[in-house]
Design a protein around this ligand. Structure first.
Ligand SMILES: NC(=O)C1=CN([C@@H]2O[C@H](COP(=O)(O)OP(=O)(O)OC[C@H]3O[C@@H](n4cnc5c(N)ncnc54)[C@H](OP(=O)(O)O)[C@@H]3O)[C@@H](O)[C@H]2O)C=CC1
Ligand SMILES: CC(=O)[C@@H](O)[C@H](O)COP(=O)(O)O
Ligand SMILES: [Mn+2]
Length: 390
């Protein structure tokens, strides 16, 4: 099987390479892409005998070439090279870049009619209708890798979509689930970047603490499965063992359980439509003992309410929401805004852009999405400046 991994140096990327490395001879690695971590990219490209290694940073081409000298792996750099790598013929393209930067290369792969294993949820949040339409036109398949969406996909296999009554995705509650509300404003990036159950990249881990990750996932569920927003629920489940549940018209609720290990969802997408052995821990339910669920508190996690507003708006609202969230996260990481300011900034951007920039009426093309993304980042920085000015 020919495989390309976009975002190979990250958390999902490394879990993917772990699976690939366990089955020598089964996979032919076409392209691996990364960003700043040229050393890791080159080492993995050598070890797995990739045809091409690409860093998204033009300025790192020399470093990548040096690191690959004598290996036979071709070094490339820059945004265009990244999209070209995604277009190389492959049986699976794993889309695991973080942020809206994953949209263009993911779309490039879909336009080749490739089967894309999609971890980059931002692709669907920013441009869901466009991406799903392009996949259809080009005969491409999207397999969800986000754990909740892989779980829903598995629960739906063989079922009549018309019989689905609701979809429930679970949320751990992140780092601050049990913190007193008044302490949240003083939370540091280091505290937010500690997940209770999953070992993930820094950005998604902080998004779990703010619940922006689940907000993105509500939108991802709507766009990928075509389910009406009022039929999609998020429930707090601190153990992260039940990933999602699908409710049917007869009242049956089918749950997907598994250890919090992304190699399950990644392996499922690599092996689909088959199931093969995967090196993930098996749950001992007697040891697990009990599973707990609770309704999310809107005061603690305003991001969920914002996601509902975005789904109601439609148009380019998803692109603005995601970009404002990314910009607010950058500001939080730079310690220029407080943890709780992130939701205020995103809310302000949505309000401003829906009244001044016609967000909800935008016809969704790639250009509109990219323009909206850039504008929302600028608006988020304006909102942060206004907050700082008091
Ligand atoms: N981690 C997880 O368990 C899960 C992740 N996801 C989703 O998967 C995606 C990846 O997450 P995760 O693996 O945690 O992220 P990481 O931050 O660990 O990795 C991100 C990857 O993207 C690369 N990258 C960063 N910026 C750019 C850019 N501008 N252009 C091209 N490549 C870039 C990084 O390169 P480098 O590091 O070399 O700079 C790295 O390879 C996200 O969309 C996330 O929401 C979904 C479910 C679970
Ligand atoms: C593993 C995965 O899919 C993450 O998106 C996970 O859902 C994050 O955990 P939270 O439930 O805390 O957001
Ligand atoms: Mn998830």
């Amino acid at each position: 099987m020919r495989v390309t991994v976009l975002g190979a140096t990250g958390s999902v990327g490394q879990s993917t390479l772990d699976l690939i490395g366990r089955e020598p001879g089964r996979f032919e690695v076409v392209a691996l892409t990364g960003g700043r971590n040229v050393e890791r990219l080159a080492a993995d490209a050598r070890r797995l005998r990739a045809q091409v290694a690409v860093t998204c940073h033009d300025g790192l081409l020399g470093e990548l070439r040096d690191a690959l000298a004598g290996s036979g792996v071709e070094a490339r750099a820059g945004a265009a090279a990244l999209a070209e790598a995604a277009e190389e013929p492959a049986d699976r393209v794993v889309s695991a870049i973080v942020g809206s930067a994953g949209l263009v290369p993911g779309l490039a792969a879909l336009r080749q009619g490739t089967t894309v294993a999609l971890a980059n949820k931002e692709t669907l949040v920013c441009a869901g209708p466009l991406v799903m339409a392009e996949a259809k036109v080009h005969g491409a398949t999207i397999l969800p890798v986000d754990s909740e969406h892989s779980a829903v996909f598995q629960a739906l296999t063989g079922e009549d979509p018309a019989a689905v009554e609701r979809v429930v995705i679970t949320a751990s509650g992140g780092a601050f689930r049990d913190w007193p509300l008044e302490r949240l404003a003083r939370a540091t990036p280091e505290e937010a970047a500690t997940h209770p159950n999953w070992d993930m990249g820094q950005r998604i881990t902080i998004d779990s603490a703010s619940m922006f990750n689940k907000a993105l996932e509500l939108i991802e569920t709507k766009e990928f499965f075509g389910i009406a927003p009022e039929r999609i629920e998020a429930v707090i489940h601190p153990e992260s063992l039940v990933h999602a549940l699908v409710g049917f018209r007869d009242g049956a609720l089918m749950a997907h359980l598994g250890a919090p290990d992304m190699r399950h969802a990644i392996g499922y997408a690599l092996n689909w439509p088959d199931r093969r052995d995967l090196p993930v821990a098996r749950l001992d339910l007697a040891k697990v003992g009990q599973l707990t669920f609770a309704a999310p508190d809107p005061a603690r996690w305003p991001a969920l309410g914002l996601a509902r507003e975005v789904m109601a708006m439609g148009g380019a609202a998803g692109a603005a929401f995601n970009a404002a969230k990314e910009a607010a996260l950058d500001l939080f990481l730079a310690r220029r805004v407080r943890f709780t300011d992130m939701a205020s900034i995103v809310a302000e951007v949505l309000t401003t852009m829906s009244s001044r920039d016609g967000l909800q009426n935008a016809a969704l093309s790639l250009d509109t999405v990219l323009e909206t993304d850039a504008l929302a980042r600028a608006r988020a920085n304006e909102a942060a400046a206004a907050l700082a000015a008091g």
